[in-house]
Design a protein around this ligand. Structure first.
Ligand code: C2E
Ligand code: MG
Ligand code: MG
Ligand code: MG
Length: 284
């Protein structure tokens, strides 16, 4: 309710924050500054076709190089960013960097597609469409080169508005994926009405797929539903060769995980890509 009386970007304080600890309030203002002071970084991880060994895309993850706390992963600051409205400028920063990265990697003939995680809050921001169009134009990147990942369950706050924003994104031509699929309860019911092209099976099912009958059953069910709806399936968190082999037998070819690569900064990712390409070039 408090949010509606404030302008998205300039929102620095709302009544809900009265109960925040001073630690949290300090971190909020630090995060706001981190964006303009260059403390954020993007790490990128490959998405591979396990069968052909082709690198299909990269997914970027934001990191915060905090001056005293060190390198922070999203779990320690994303919720705060979402509550405080800092998520909007953060997403804009991520999108700008990611789309610039697509142009760079594409020019170097390394990879032509990048996936970006966006928050459920971003779907309620009308400006998202215009700003995306501007960024794609600025870097001369085609909308099909950008994949946006939205967590299932991102629709809870305002399903109608969220879904209508996804339709607009789809019309713009960007590729949409439903992230962490299988972890929410409403997922299967909603899936048919969502304009997504891929579902990403959550790490929690994939990590021990070779050892868990339950997770195998769930993953099989997801693959089955996805096939019926003509959606792609991407497995996240492949760490073991046994998991890769099992996924291939189950009919899922596309995956990410430490088995292939940890997330690297752009320079490290480019090195990884070159090595991977050398190792998997035809004829080897
Ligand atoms: P996600 O999009 O589902 O990303 C997968 C997470 O699993 C990432 O954690 C990644 O580093 C990690 N991961 C990748 N491969 C493996 C593996 O083989 N095993 C295991 N155990 N983990 C693996 P990270 O970077 O900490 O990100 C966590 C979540 O934070 C992401 O989950 C995504 O929902 C969110 N996130 C990350 N970057 C951004 C961003 O730029 N904007 C927004 N709004 N959310 C982001
Ligand atoms: Mg993701
Ligand atoms: Mg995920
Ligand atoms: Mg996840």
């Amino acid at each position: 309710q408090h949010h509606s009386t404030l302008q998205g970007h300039s929102q620095v304080f709302n009544a809900g924050m009265l109960s925040y600890s001073s630690d949290k309030l300090i971190m909020m203002s630090e995060l706001r500054r981190a964006i303009t002071e260059g403390q954020l970084a993007l790490y990128v991880q490959p998405q591979v076709d396990m069968r052909t060994k082709e690198v299909l895309a990269g997914e970027v993850y934001v990191r915060w190089r905090h001056p005293s706390r060190g390198l922070m992963t999203p779990s320690s600051f994303l919720a705060l960013a979402e509550e405080s409205g800092v998520i909007y400028p953060l997403t804009q920063w991520v999108l700008n960097e990611a789309i610039a990265m697509i142009a760079t990697l594409d020019k170097a003939k390394l990879v032509s597609k990048i996936a970006v995680n966006i928050s459920s809050k971003d779907l309620l921001q009308d400006e998202l469409i215009d700003s995306l169009e501007l960024l794609l134009e600025k870097y001369n990147v085609k909308p099909q080169q950008l994949m946006l990942e939205i967590k299932e369950g991102a629709f809870a706050a305002d399903p109608d508005k969220s879904i209508s924003m996804m339709r607009r994104l789809h019309r713009l031509g960007v590729v949409l994926a439903l992230d962490d699929f299988g972890t929410g309860l409403s997922s299967l019911a909603h899936l048919r009405q969502l304009p997504v092209q891929h579902v990403k099976v959550d790490c929690s099912f994939i990590g021990d797929l070779h050892k868990s009958d339950t997770h195998t059953a769930i993953t099989n069910a997801i693959i089955d539903v996805a096939r019926n709806l003509e959606l792609g399936v991407i497995a996240e968190g492949v760490e073991e060769l046994e998991v890769e082999q099992k996924l291939l037998r189950m009919g899922c070819n596309r995956a990410q995980g430490f088995l292939y690569s940890r997330p690297f900064e752009l320079s490290g990712f480019a090195v990884w890509l070159k090595q991977w390409q050398e190792r998997h070039t035809k004829g080897h």
